[in-house]
Design a protein around this ligand. Structure first.
Ligand code: SER
Length: 579
């Protein structure tokens, strides 16, 4: 069954059960200031649960694109996407009358659960043995949903039914309709979620019985297609696979995770751009900017450059179901590409600075000071400055550069640093997050306490990071707080973490911190964290792995500071992932 067949079957099935098909809403909600994006199909109908008389029909069906940035760090796994389509059916204004599958009246649990079962097993032909159901088992504040339990038990062929304390959904935003939900899983992937709006929650968190009850069913289209087509993940479906193949074919160093991130983020960016979001520094604009930047970074890792081709492919597919994409595709693609170019420019600021210095003039000399500025501000190695200058018939005052360098840095000290004696405990995402936090913390400590702060020992696990640093006295509470603030500031700036293979001696010249006593090959891997002005905040010899952007880290906190031998302080810290 193709993804087009599944779409059509869904709409046809609901129409034959008295539903009216309505267009999907914008990803930018216009009726709810408490949320950034459209995250669910019911959102455009939120008011109708309390005011069913305003509903164009008591039974409604839509296929609604939704964006969930909370899952952004999970993208790359088998089931999470930033933008996905939610197939939904909705019932408004149920007050306890008959609850029947056919007709045009509002319905509640009986019809909703039975339609879910019939749609999956009859329309899509899913073997009942692959299906498991869950319902709300109750908690301290709210009773178990026994009605759903009984209806599920009445379904012929369904044998796996579980109660959970988690099946309660909503409200979207701070207040509004919400209630228990009953879910169907195929092979352990959640595919269909019937929410029974029977409470109204207020901004204080109180629940009252709703005068009108209603249904909000959502089924993630891509996931459902994967389950029906019997493929292990959404990227193998006939819907998404062509995009991934495009990225794979045009990358010279392809890996699956980054390929998936590129497809996911570029698609999400296209949807947002088509809905009128512009990349920027605040709110939803910043989410868009971040998606584009992450896709560009992932593309650098796999060596993919054909964004325009990918964007056109995506627009061809999704323009058939999303009017905004059909209408605004050219403008959206142009904006994407210009934002990409801006970001590449930031990353390559050193290059553009150099070109600016040289201008159109033939012949001349770049002073030691200028070369040092390129190095210090943009992390631009002197050899590269020389090479590019030479191409344009210019020379560089290399001695002047060295003088400047000596004025600013005491290179001799940097040989005595010790990084990652303990190494990484594993490659768990939380361990990786702690690893990047470790680099940020060392840089922050050097900023607060001075360049004498070098690393004497280290250990990184998924629980916490530990760093031993050379420092003659106790680090005060104020200094700890300042270092903590700096790290959190760098996290909130969502800075790119760049790995480069560098000439060892060049890396030393660029101030890369090295592990004490370690021997590096002529070409060594160096990780740099570049701040918003293009300056190097942290640079260390390191084999990784690290997050792509510091914004992935969550909240950073220092847990403890203590002595650990003469002139050595030991700090334990951790990042608390955003939930
Ligand atoms: N609102 C529910 C969900 O997003 C069902 O549509 O899962």
């Amino acid at each position: 069954m193709t993804h087009q067949d599944i779409r059509k079957k869904f709409i046809d099935y609901l129409i034959s059960h008295g539903h009216v098909e309505l267009p999907a809403a914008s990803l930018v909600p216009d009726n709810d200031p408490t949320v950034l994006f459209t995250v669910a199909g019911m959102q455009q109908f939120k008011q109708l649960y309390e005011h069913p008389d305003q509903a164009p029909s008591k039974r409604v069906v839509t296929i609604q694109p939704c964006i969930r940035t909370i899952d952004i760090d999970e993208v790359g796994d088998d089931t999470h996407s930033t933008v996905f389509e939610m197939m939904g059916w909705f019932s408004f204004g149920y007050t306890g009358s008959e609850d029947t599958l056919h007709g045009e009246d509002p319905y509640f649990k009986n019809t909703a659960i039975k339609m879910g079962w019939e749609f999956l097993t009859k329309e899509l032909g899913v073997d009942p043995n692959r299906i498991r159901a869950t319902y709300f088992g109750g908690d301290a504040k709210r009773p178990a949903d026994v009605e759903s339990k009984e209806i599920l038990e009445s379904l012929e062929g369904l044998s796996l039914i579980e109660a959970t304390g988690e099946n309660f959904w909503g409200p979207v935003g701070e207040e509004g309709p919400c209630g228990p939900n009953a879910e169907f899983y195929i092979d352990d992937t959640e595919v269909l979620n019937n929410v029974f709006n029977q409470y109204i929650r207020d901004t204080e968190g109180n629940y009252t019985q709703a005068e009108y009850r209603g249904v909000d069913m959502g089924t993630g289209f891509e996931r459902l297609v994967a389950a029906i087509q019997g493929v292990p993940n959404i990227y193998e479906t006939d819907l998404v696979k062509p995009f991934l193949q495009c990225v794979r074919a045009k990358s010279y160093n392809y890996n699956e995770r980054h390929g998936r991130i590129i497809v996911d983020h570029v698609k999400a960016a296209l949807y947002l751009l088509a809905d009128g979001v512009k990349p920027g520094n605040k709110g939803r604009d910043y989410v868009l900017r971040r998606l584009i930047r992450r896709s560009v970074r992932a593309a650098q890792i796999v060596g993919f450059q054909e964004f325009e081709a990918l964007l056109n492919m995506l627009a061809d597919e999704y323009g058939t179901t999303r009017d905004a994409i059909a209408k605004n595709r050219d403008g959206a693609i142009a904006l994407f590409l210009s934002e990409r170019d801006k970001f590449l420019k930031t990353l390559q600021d050193g290059t553009s600075q150099l070109k600016k210095l040289i201008g159109n003039e033939r012949g001349g000399e770049i002073t030691g000071e200028q070369a040092f500025k390129l190095f210090d501000t943009y992390g631009f190695p002197i050899e590269l400055t020389q090479e590019m200058a030479e191409e344009l018939g210019w020379t560089v005052d290399a001695d002047g550069f060295t003088d400047e360098l000596n004025k600013h840095r005491e290179l001799s000290k940097q040989g005595s640093e010790k990084i990652f004696k303990g190494g990484l405990a594993d490659h768990d995402p939380q361990t990786i997050a702690h690893h990047t936090a470790h680099h940020l913390l060392l840089a922050a400590l050097r900023e607060v306490l001075g360049d004498h702060v070098v690393q004497r020992g280290s250990n990184v696990t998924s629980e916490r990071l530990r760093i031993d640093v050379a420092h003659p006295e106790k680090i005060t509470d104020d200094q700890i707080k300042t270092a903590e603030d700096i790290v959190n500031q760098k996290i909130s700036e969502d800075l790119p973490v760049i790995s480069e293979i560098m000439d060892r001696d060049e890396a030393f010249k660029l101030g890369a911190l090295a592990e004490f006593g370690a021997k590096y090959p002529d070409k060594a891997c160096v990780y740099s964290i570049i701040d918003q002005d293009g300056e190097v905040f942290s640079r260390e010899f390191c084999g990784g792995p690290h997050v792509m952007f510091t914004g992935e880290l969550g909240h950073f906190e220092i847990i403890k500071e203590e002595a650990s031998g003469a002139g050595i302080r030991r700090i334990r810290a951790r990042v608390v992932p955003r939930t």
